[in-house]
Design a binder for this molecule. Sequence first.
Ligand SMILES: O=C(CO)COP(=O)(O)O
Length: 231
Amino acid sequence: MKRYIIANWKCQKREVEALQWLDGFLRAYRPVQGREVILAPSFLCLSSFAKRIADSGLPGLSLAAQDVSPYPRGSYTGALSADLIGDYARVAIVGHSERRKYFHETNHEVTNKVAELADADMTPLVCLDDSNMDGQLAALQDSECAEMILAYCPAYALNSNVAEPLDSVARAVAQIRKYQAKYPIVYGGAVRLENAAGYWNLDGLSGIFIGGASLELESFMAILDQCHSPS
Ligand SMILES: O=C(CO)COP(=O)(O)O
């Protein structure tokens, strides 16, 4: 199964800062067979990032949007539908606990977003947190997608220095597997250089989903250096 290192920049970098990071990254990046590095900068950066990554010709690199509209293209002021995003990114994050907490995203919206992404032949990166995970998984059960990535992201660990212990992540993965057997699962929540390899090597996980530690190019490259083995 393919393995993933996903960088979620949230609402952090201006375009000029993001492009500086990307230029340094493209100089330093070494592809690894079977590993995909997915960058999720702000929407404003997707177009310029897509062009630079395509121009670089480097394999194993792709882009994710941090959200997507639950509606198709149409009269929805402020929204970005899956097919509009699909010109630049093949993946979109949905159901992140920050979206649930600050933007009141519901399971129903998450399933609508997943359906929109499936219609656009895109890959939903569906976040599951530790509160009501069974409800989140049950809501997803009828969602049909050619490809999906599930991200276990316990809310208490996000933006903290308290990553979830490996044995507890392994239990969450087993729980997720009861509902969803076929899609890859990644872990997110306080992943840092000190603990990244532990998650990377944990049985049942297909990769890591990194927030804060992906913002500095040096720490992100150091994590990439540690997480290169095939599954
Ligand atoms: O939100 C995250 C993944 O999307 C993780 O954030 P941190 O790595 O900063 O905890």
